[in-house]
Design a protein around this ligand. Structure first.
Ligand code: NAD
Length: 475
């Protein structure tokens, strides 16, 4: 059993108590992580504050170089981090459509490298005989980072890389469900970065709350559910922290009658079921035109029945277990309610009897509509409602009738028609014939209660800075 440690001021730190890190494929613990508390947050903030003057004045070219060294370190430790990620999240090494822990580590490297190359130049507003007016970007100070359990390392890198490049120092808190990969990464990162620049405090919601309210943290980046996001925002108001919130979604996809059903079904299946549906931007509600409703449902069910569900460490596994018991219980409850509401189960719908892990088969429910919880709420698991529509305007209205607005997609053979429709979706990211197709140089933001601010590209980097307008009067 490995005992992971927090990293504070460049030192490995234990706590009086530990949390067991559970392998969701077996339901058994395989490692421990310290159960930190507010006192560890205080110590980490102190270390980050002490490291800030030197790090923030380190030339940006040198900070870029450090990010590239972190990317190389991820490469060098790929196998260890990948296995750890699969053990704690349950996600397969390869996974359906190539979405698994290999992709998580690979994505972490890609985002680290892309961030290292991102520019945020001084903008010149005026430069004439009278004056020069510039907009400069300055580091903010200490950045707090709170991450969820579904993509623990990659989302961590999304937080840390731009914060560090901009010249901030960081106090990171991974999810109590998946602390191992992040703690190991931050331990390795401390061999590259000066002490105190990147600190880690593990523990539960109380540690997150201590970060959110801490008076000496200047900015907070939080990825997690919308209810926790609201609590974090309230707590952060004490010292008016700068906030980036990446929250939950209930993404709709609308399939027009002109698609090639056989060709489209595997893409839709991947969009919905990759990582067992436990992705913020997974496709979570599918609206299908009546002309192809039965054919597409049958095709999706056939794929669902053919995929291999099992331990993610087996390379042949397409889908692993749910990450935790609570999430499995949510999926079971939604399935029960959908059944009572008259939903027709095209596949799945029953958890395996025994085995010890948090397994649930990919499940597709037809003849269900808006008003059922499975359609209206984020399921965050391998159960997909497919809703029949006749009129495209009605489908658009239903897709938009949500308090969340993270992503959305239109699927059609007519790209002009689809791109006109996709712009009407109330979502921060929209796609034609794809879903959750993110990239490091395009911003990711949520509309409505899916978030505040954005990540990625120069837009995300700018969120890690304070804007300063400088006017030099010449005459
Ligand atoms: P969660 O909100 O339960 O927990 C997220 C983190 O917040 C954890 O580290 C947790 O310990 C911490 N936390 C809990 N209570 C807190 C409090 N009062 N103050 C501060 N921190 C607190 O979310 P989760 O279950 O870990 O993740 C699933 C959710 O995250 C889903 O809704 C999913 O859509 C969302 N998500 C969003 C994105 C995105 O980019 N928009 C990405 C991944 C996941």
């Amino acid at each position: 059993m490995t005992d992971f440690a927090m990293m504070i001021g460049g030192e490995r730190v234990a706590a009086g108590e530990t949390d067991m890190v559970i392998n969701p494929a077996t339901g058994r613990g395989f490692a421990t992580a310290p159960k930190g508390g507010p006192e560890h947050v205080d110590a980490a903030v102190k270390a980050a504050r002490a490291a800030f003057p030197a790090w923030s004045t380190t030339p940006i070219a040198k900070r870029r170089e450090k990010l590239r060294e972190l990317a190389a370190m991820l490469e060098a430790n790929f196998s260890e981090l990948m296995a750890l990620c699969t053990k704690e999240t349950g996600k397969p090494v390869k996974g359906y459509g190539g979405v698994g822990s290999a992709m998580e580590i690979g994505g972490s490297i890609a985002w680290m490298q892309a961030t290292a190359a991102t520019e945020l130049p001084v903008e010149i507003v005026q430069d004439d005989a009278e004056a020069r007016v510039e907009v400069r970007r300055l580091p903010i100070g200490v950045v707090g980072s709170i991450t969820p359990w579904n993509w623990p390392l990659m989302i961590g890198v999304w937080h840390y890389a731009p914060a560090l490049l901009a010249g901030n120092t960081v106090v990171a808190k991974p999810s109590e469900f998946t602390p191992a990969t992040t703690l190991r990464f931050i331990e390795l990162a401390n061999e590259i970065l000066p002490a105190g620049v990147l600190n880690a405090v593990s523990g539960g919601g109380d540690v997150g709350a201590a970060i959110a309210r801490h008076a000496d943290i200047d900015k907070l980046v939080f990825t997690g559910s919308s209810p926790t996001g609201r609590a974090v925002m309230a707590a952060a108001s004490g010292n008016l922290k700068r906030l980036t919130l990446e929250l939950g979604g209930n993404d709709a996809g609308i399939v027009l009658p002109d698609v090639d059903v056989k060709e489209t079904a595997p893409k839709l299946f991947g969009a919905c079921f990759h990582n067992n549906g436990q992705t913020c931007q997974a496709l979570k509600r599918l609206y299908v035109h009546e002309d192809i409703y039965e054919a597409l449902g049958a095709e999706l069910a056939a794929i669902a029945k053919s995929v291999k569900v099992g331990d993610g460490l087996d390379e042949a596994t397409d889908l692993g277990p749910l990450q935790n018991q609570k999430q499995l219980d949510i999926v079971k409850r939604l399935a029960d309610e959908a059944r009572q509401a008259g939903g027709r189960f095209l596949c799945g719908g029953e958890a395996p009897e025994e085995g010890g892990g948090f397994f649930y088969p990919p499940t597709i429910v037809a003849d269900i509509s808006d008003g059922a919880r499975l359609v209206d709420e984020e399921q965050f698991g391998p159960i997909l409602p497919i809703v029949k529509y006749t009129d495209i305007n009605d489908a658009m209205a239903r897709a938009n009738a949500s308090s969340q607005g993270l992503g959305g997609s239109i699927w059609s053979a007519d790209l002009d028609r689809a791109s006109a429709l996709v712009g009407r979706l109330e979502a921060g990211s929209v796609w034609v014939n794809a879903h959750a197709a993110i990239q490091p140089d395009a911003p990711m933001a949520g509309m409505k209660q899916s978030g505040l601010g954005c990540e990625f590209g120069h837009w995300g980097l700018a969120e890690n800075t304070n804007m300063q307008t400088v006017k030099i009067v010449k005459a």
